[in-house]
Design a protein around this ligand. Structure first.
Ligand SMILES: [Zn+2]
Length: 156
């Protein structure tokens, strides 16, 4: 399981700048980089247009932008290591809706909170299906849990 996430300083700046620019709407996109056993290195952010009807409180990625990225038919050759979205007015913790819509095969989920104007807060989580104690129930009762990852910045 992933424990630590490294992000390039310029990529972090790109993310925060983009999320601020999209406020009051939620911003979303992918992080590209590399993934080793317990460590993710993220060094590129690809914004994806949010086409949600209620984009102030949710996000739906524009398929026209998203599909080429997730199927590797874009100009980006690095693997997807994270999914990111912003919470313009809420804390950087996953909402019930975020967990429901989780892409569990992507190893990290990033949330940028802009609730305090001049000071963003970014948190990274690993989402996983919590099957523990669920052996005699059906799939519909599966719960998604999350664990916070350590985020470190690198600059080279
Ligand atoms: Zn959210």
């Amino acid at each position: 399981m992933v424990r630590t996430v490294f992000i390039k300083k310029s990529t972090l700046d790109h993310i925060t700048c983009y999320c601020m620019k999209k406020k009051p709407y939620e911003a979303c996109g992918f992080l590209l980089g590399s993934h080793e056993a317990e460590t993710i290195y993220a060094d590129e952010f690809i914004p994806v247009t949010n086409i949600a009807e209620n984009a102030v409180k949710s996000f739906v990625m524009d398929p026209a932008v998203m599909i080429p990225i997730v199927t590797n038919h874009s100009s980006h050759v690095k693997p997807i290591v994270g999914v990111l979205h912003s919470h313009p007015t809420a804390a950087s913790i996953p909402s019930a809706e975020d967990l429901y819509a989780a892409w569990l095969h992507i190893p990290s989920h990033w949330i940028v909170s802009l609730q305090h104007d001049e000071c963003y807060d970014i948190q990274v989580f690993h989402y996983y299906r919590n099957n523990f104690d669920d052996s005699c129930r059906t799939g519909s009762s599966d719960k998604i849990s999350y664990a916070a990852l350590t985020l470190k910045i690198f600059d080279y």
